[in-house]
Design a protein around this ligand. Sequence first.
Ligand code: FAD
Length: 521
Amino acid sequence: MIACAEHFLPGNDAEPKPDDDVVSSLSKTLGVQAITTDDLGIASKDFGGLKFVKPLALVRPYTTDDVARVVRAAGRSPTLTVAARGNGHSINGQAMAEHGLVLDMRSMNELVQLVRINGAPYVDVSGGALWEDVLKRCVSEFGLAPRSWTDYLSLTVGGTLSYAGVSGQAFRYGPQTSNVTELEVVTGKGETIVCSKTQSPELFFAVLGGLGQFGIITRARIVLQEAPHTVRWIRVVYSEFEEFSSDAEWLVRREEGESCFDYVEGFVFVNSDDPSNGWPNLPLDPQQVFDPIHIPPSAGPVLYCLELALHYRHSDNPSRVDAVVDGLLGRLRFIKGLKFQVDMGYTEFLLRVKRDEEHAKINGVWDAPHPWLNLFVSKSNISEFDSEVFKKILKDGVHGPILVYPLLRNKWDSRQSVVVPESDIFYIVALLRFSPAPPKGPSPQLLVEQNRQILQLCLAKAFDFKLYFPHYHSRQDWINHFGNHQWSRFVERKTAFDPMAILAPGQKIFSRVPQPYSLTQ
Ligand code: FAD
């Protein structure tokens, strides 16, 4: 437990003490294990590796009360901010707090508790839990699993719920934010509130996709389903974007009750034997070979892959699984001869990117800078995006996956804070760059510039698009991102739940104020 810290911090009307005093006061009251100024390494950097910002201190809360005390303590200073840090997998310093307090949410006491409401299963987990731990515990202890995932699971529950949380299941169940029924949140006022669609709904919807601006998620209740045992994982290759995208859209539009895959994603790769960007990345098994003889002569500089998975259980008849897969694949127009498939355990499938992480660590590209760009692009603009961006600007690849797959807008709840394009179908586009650090690879600045060029093109062509994991420098850019109506709502929510702009300063949306934030600021 962290002891109470408030009376050691200067009140609103007092001059702030020098930092050293503030920290030593905090250390005395919070306890030396809970607060540190020596080991600021993890709090000063993130996965992006583009920003380094020194906080005043790193705090390790164990309970919700600890979190609330730290936020209230910060509120008694005129300047202190608080950043909840999940697993620090942000790209642009979003979980950092320059000269503020960083809360290491992973130190919160572990909670994975099954709850049944009217017979339906849910799991209560702490905001700092890693999704991979939630998966393993739910499958091994209850035979159940959440329905909506991210591709990579060493991310925290609070970290992904602050954005959306998207993977190949989102076409059916919506993002992770659509699969949560209750949250416990510490607001920027230091109040602990349990909220849901019916209890404090304004806070509930604000926090989901809220970029950490309205409260710190200390507990989330997540919808569960029966966990399948096995997954058939399939990749099929296309040379024409129109065929790739219309097949992907046909799959994600399948009605409930119609047979469909349980996971639908897609990606772009370079039409060459380049080991980082091209054909060698397609096979799912070392025994499989990508034979370019199948590629039609009309193919361009890039090819497209639909990545699919079907869940099944040990008790399912193998011929039924084959029949469903063959029936669906039979309707698709991929290049015959460029199909890859493997069967593997469900948990192993969901942890697939963990294996890539191990390789990337060995190759030194995990710890190199990652100037990633993530966008949502409307269906109406995705074809032009393909011809201008994939086929031209990115024709040599990004040294990592270029994801592109469709999502259905009606699975996203517009009451949440996340904003997406207007159209009924939009695509997630993710440039997951894994270039080696200079001098072996390009300078990160060059890649950031390429990202800027892509954004400029989207703006110049008036594409209906939004940044996912938005990162802006000016107030006007944030207003443009949200649009006037959603921006007003965002500011109203900030005023209600974090009026002094204490929380998530690394998002660079609001500046800390000594007095409650007002709508005119
Ligand atoms: P952090 O980076 O630590 O924090 C992100 C933001 O959330 C910060 O503003 C922070 O203050 C705030 N925050 C953190 N915890 C809390 C909390 N408990 N309450 C309130 N606010 C909080 N995203 C997808 O949607 N789909 C993917 O498939 C996907 N794959 C990824 C793969 C890799 C290898 C990486 C590095 C990232 C991926 N992401 C994906 C992006 C990921 O969802 C975001 O970067 C997410 O923010 C990371 O979670 P984190 O726990 O590290 O959060």
